[in-house]
Design a binder for this molecule. Structure first.
Ligand code: HAM
Length: 420
């Protein structure tokens, strides 16, 4: 094999496509039923956008970005996530003029140079949305409802929503100090990453996989919240409790991106291995100001399509699949081919998926190919059929066949298929 795909990327085809379509279409339906509009931003952006938003000290910026210089010497990065581009687009296109409580959803590829393994890719795909404007915990509540609705609508049940509040820059200052004191006493025992993060990004010590046991007894951010952050968190939990949305309070949840304030959440699926987060998100009330706008509260989430598909498979959920080779029109001779193309057009207009043989094969070869592609029916047209003004419809599953008057062929076949 001369060319191979790049490590950490996938080709998606065959049955797999229907899983993707199912996830994407369900997500679009849930978003649009909630009045969320689609936004599409470029795949690459100025590197600085991600450095400023995701955070200089985050793993993403430190080691996972696909960054390159373009021909004009600008530093460009393939987007590792979708939130910063949406905020940039919002500011750049003056979407603020549409007023607040604006919500945008997106579906598309993201890029992170991570060590590939099951559920962890270098080109992966997210569905996500961002809610721009509301400060109230009503927005956090609505966001979690929509994420839950989306996952339920897919048929998933074996997941848990982990919830935490990491406060605002004011209360986080005190919390950081408490963590410094706590981890300072065990610093020598920590892994090298944690030692470095102790200086640069202490909250991330809480989600270190190696030193996790220290995190369990560490000071909790919820104990250091200022009055307004505490009230916000309390109200959100009240809403969730009233609505009977189950969640787990997880004091070690801090998330890997630096822009979060107050609410953070992650959805973990029990059927996956180490990479069990199928979705995550939270508030980022400081990001607009960080990126040069005025201060605008905002929040959002993203789910990983590959991991959601692994979860669907782990739960054995059946996905609707369409047979795009439903009817195969086999023809013999030029005249029959032209009539076959005509009939294909009539059937396609009625919404059926129809192949016509374009390989100049013998009849037996055409039928063999139709079966191999999974066609349910074959239509056969040759000189004899043309002369008699009929076509033959063969059921490729049973081998039964009928002759149909050519004039009524499209109606007959469409009706027959609709009865399957
Ligand atoms: P994130 O937690 O970095 O958040 O990514 C969201 C989801 O993308 C994860 O829960 C996971 O399912 C999937 N994901 C992340 N990295 C990979 C990977 N290497 N391979 C496969 N799947 C992956 C964000 O990206 C935030 N922008 C979410 C957000 C939106 N926060 C506010 N608004």
């Amino acid at each position: 094999m001369k060319y191979r795909r790049i490590k950490g990327t996938n080709d998606i085809f065959g049955e797999e496509i229907w899983y993707w379509r199912y996830v994407e279409e369900t997500f679009r339906n849930v978003c649009e039923s909630a009045g969320i509009e689609e936004i599409r931003t470029p795949i690459f952006e100025q590197t600085e956008l991600f450095v400023r938003s995701v955070g200089e000290e985050s793993d993403i910026v430190q080691k996972e970005m696909y960054t390159f210089q373009d021909k004009a010497g600008r530093s460009i990065t393939l987007r590792p996530e979708g939130t910063a581009p949406v905020v940039r687009a919002f500011l750049e296109n003056s979407l603020v003029d549409r007023g607040f409580q604006q919500r945008y959803y997106y579906v598309g590829p993201m890029f992170r140079y991570e060590k590939p393994q099951s559920g962890r890719l270098r080109q992966f795909h997210q569905v996500g949305f961002e809610i721009i404007g509301p400060e109230s915990p009503k927005a956090d509540f609505e966001m979690i409802i929509l994420v839950d609705t989306f996952l339920r609508r897919l048929g998933l049940t074996k997941y848990k929503i982990h919830l935490n509040s990491i406060g605002c820059p004011v209360c986080r200052k005190n919390y950081r100090e408490a963590l410094k004191e706590y981890y300072g006493q065990v610093l020598d025992n920590l892994c090298d990453d944690c030692k470095r993060r102790y200086e640069t990004n202490i909250l991330r010590l809480l989600d270190c996989k190696v030193d996790h046991e220290y995190a369990l007894n560490a000071p909790k951010s919820v104990d250091y919240l200022c009055d307004s952050c505490r009230a916000h968190h309390k109200k959100l939990k009240e809403y969730l409790n009233t609505f009977e949305i189950e969640y787990v309070e997880d004091h070690t949840l801090v998330r890997g991106l630096d822009y979060y304030t107050r609410t953070v959440f992650e959805v973990r699926h029990e059927g996956l291995g180490a990479q069990n987060a199928i979705a995550g998100g939270g508030r980022y009330d400081g990001l607009f100001a960080e990126l040069g706008g005025s201060s605008v509260p905002a929040l959002g989430f993203a789910g990983g399509i590959e991991r959601i598909i692994l979860a669907l498979k782990a739960e054995g959920i059946e996905i609707p699949m369409k047979n795009v080779h439903l009817v195969y029109i086999a023809t013999l001779g030029e005249k029959a081919f032209m009539d076959g193309v005509q009939l294909a057009g009539e059937l396609r207009k009625k919404g059926l998926s129809v192949d016509v043989d374009i390989m100049d094969r013998k009849l037996s070869g055409q039928l063999k190919h139709a079966s191999r592609m999974g066609s349910r029916y074959a239509v056969i047209i040759g000189d004899e059929e043309l002369e008699k003004g009929i076509v033959i419809l063969r059921d490729l599953e049973t081998g039964d066949q009928v002759e149909i008057d050519r004039d009524f062929a499209a109606d007959y076949i469409a009706e027959r298929v609709s009865k399957d």
